[in-house]
Design a protein around this ligand. Structure first.
Ligand SMILES: [Zn+2]
Length: 325
């Protein structure tokens, strides 16, 4: 990821103001099921143990198999959606979207998603000598999948959720055009989700009421702002999630503040698949290195910089959402 389109912010301001008061008037019962940050942390570390999961690498292949096995263990039926996708530089990327479906049920169905590939170049590293090194992607990749795996584990143990959840691990998100190129190309990012959304649009089934994308949900001192595409396409889902955060006691991680639009996997889910989908993505308003945080696309995006408190805040918020009626 990802570029920010600041122009979208201005046009979204009206929408944001119009919905700001709703969460205060509605009280929500606290869900007692506990998201385990330790467990999520371990899922994150397990992915990193394979090394950077860059496209076409052995670490990528092996970690993909591991992720699929975990979801199967938690009762999901797993489909590996394989495709050869062309990177901006012409590289053929062996992409696998890992689609983990929970058992059939009469409940409304939603999708939670995250990308699982690592960026091949640390092109935002303060040291130029690191730009062509791969990113471990503990936060920018593994953290989202880790939270999803912990949710899958808890959903298998507790059948009282209000919704059925499918988990989609998108591939080839982070092969986007590096900063050393003179050009930018928004379409060079999020190739796996673009492919998935095209297949979804071409198919006849429409199972999902809405979607939630998790991206960089384990960073130290992270906060999550209301992202502009999410507000544009699915402001009611943003409201629900921010309200759940507040009810679960993690409102400070989810301030009622707006961010620009971000090129991420949820864009294709909204625009190509037509599913209202929000992006829970970290935002560091005061970070000079990047508003995506100090480790974003650097060689420091490793397990040393993963914060269990952030995993807990995001995970417990989602538990609150999924188990509230
Ligand atoms: Zn990235």
């Amino acid at each position: 990821m990802k570029k920010i389109f600041w122009s979208v912010v201005a046009s979204m301001l009206m929408v944001a103001c119009g919905t700001a008061n709703k969460s205060q008037s509605e009280e929500e019962k606290v869900v007692s099921i506990e998201f385990s940050a330790d467990s999520a942390y371990n899922y994150c570390a397990a992915q990193c143990q394979y090394g950077p999961r860059t496209m076409n690498s052995e670490a990528h292949e092996k970690c993909g198999e591991w992720i699929a096995e975990q979801f199967k263990k938690y009762g999901c039926e797993v489909e590996l959606q394989k495709a050869d996708l062309k990177g901006y530089d012409g590289t053929m990327l062996k992409s696998t979207n890992i689609i983990a479906r929970s058992p059939k049920s009469d409940k409304p169905r939603i999708m939670i998603c995250a990308h699982w590939d690592s960026r091949p170049w640390a092109d935002n590293d303060p040291d130029e000598a690191n730009w062509k090194k791969p990113v471990m992607a503990a936060n920018d990749g593994a953290s989202g999948v880790a939270v999803m795996l912990e949710l899958a584990r808890l959903l298998q143990q507790n059948d009282s959720a209000a919704v059925a959840v499918d988990f989609i691990c998108f591939d080839a998100e982070d092969w986007g055009m590096p900063q050393w190129e003179d050009d930018t190309d928004a379409d060079s990012w999020a190739l796996g989700s673009q492919y998935w959304a095209e297949q979804y649009a071409a198919g006849s089934e429409r199972p999902y009421e809405y979607g939630i994308l998790l991206d960089m949900v384990g960073g130290q001192s992270a906060t999550f702002y209301r992202e502009a595409f999410s507000m544009h396409y699915a402001s009611n889902i943003v409201d629900k999630v921010w309200q759940a955060a507040s009810a679960a006691g993690y409102g400070s991680y989810f301030p009622a503040k707006d961010n620009g639009g971000i090129t991420d996997d949820h864009v294709a889910v909204n625009q190509k698949a037509g599913i209202p989908c929000i992006d829970i993505i970290n935002h560091y308003p005061d970070c000079e290195q990047s508003n995506f945080g100090p480790t974003w696309h650097t060689v420091s995006d490793d397990m040393q910089h993963i914060d269990k408190n952030t995993l807990q805040a995001v995970g417990q918020t989602l538990i609150q959402l999924l188990f509230s009626r």
